[in-house]
Design a binder for this molecule. Structure first.
Ligand SMILES: Cc1cc2nc3c(=O)[nH]c(=O)nc-3n(C[C@H](O)[C@H](O)[C@H](O)COP(=O)(O)O)c2cc1C
Length: 222
């Protein structure tokens, strides 16, 4: 068969059965040690580390390979402050008036509130934007596919890369993030997906004592 588009050979690293078991177990243990934190020190992160973390997220699979994501790094104190104030405005309204009783109860063990100081203290905010559609060379609107699923997978890989670099993060989703497009001067086809503050935990940081579901609850052999 003549292929219209180029294909290249692909070689997957192979491991013995024992190595596979060991590697998969080590990976589980490593990822099981990841926690979200809500209290950061202001210690800076080398630029190259951020670049590699974003590079890793950019290796994610995506619908029709559209790679419908952009990662905006915010380090400037004034801009971080503006983001914090805008986010807290939304969050205060949510916590004071919009939250349902059920949601309030579910959030209680996490100890969260409308106050988001980490948006200022973390040395860097990675703001992930999803590209709802794209513009081709002639500026014509073209479709992106499975955008939310694709960006969700990329954020998962971003979280893994952050943990692997010895840094911590939080998946933060203010109720509405529309203010971010204007504040960061992003185009109309982009929508903020998540804010990931990245940095080092503040000294003596504590995290809620949460339990992960056991394998028996999440794995079904059918
Ligand atoms: C899609 C998503 C949205 C989240 N939004 C928030 C948020 O806005 N604020 C917050 O403090 N935590 C947020 N979290 C973090 C979760 O509360 C946290 O992942 C969960 O409690 C499990 O804790 P762990 O990450 O330490 O395992 C979010 C997590 C996800 C996956």
């Amino acid at each position: 068969m003549v292929k219209k588009y180029p294909f290249i050979p692909y070689h997957l690293q192979t491991y013995s059965e024992d190595e596979k078991i060991k590697r998969s177990y080590e990976m589980y243990n490593f990822m099981n040690s990841r926690r979200s934190i809500r209290s950061f020190s202001d210690k800076p992160i080398p630029r190259e580390v951020i670049e590699n973390i974003v590079r890793t997220a950019g290796t994610a699979p995506s619908g029709a390979n559209m790679q419908p994501w952009v990662f905006v790094i915010v380090s400037d104190s004034d801009l971080k402050r503006k983001i914090r104030l805008a986010a807290e405005l939304e969050e205060k309204e949510f916590y004071d008036h919009k939250i349902s009783n059920e949601w309030r109860q579910d959030l209680a063990p996490l100890g969260t509130s409308w106050e988001k100081p980490f948006l200022e203290t973390a040395p860097q905010l990675i703001i992930v934007f999803q590209q709802k559609y794209r513009l081709d060379e002639k500026n014509i609107k073209r479709k992106n596919y499975y955008v939310i699923k694709s960006v969700g997978i990329a954020v998962g890989m971003l979280i893994l890369a952050i943990h692997n670099a010895g840094l911590a993060t939080l998946t933060h989703t203010p109720i509405s993030m529309n203010f971010l497009r204007d504040l960061l001067g992003r185009p109309e086809n982009e929508k903020a997906f998540v804010i990931m503050p990245v940095g080092y935990p503040k000294e003596d940081v504590e995290v809620p004592d949460l339990k992960r579901k056991p394998l028996s609850e999440i794995l079904i052999w059918s």
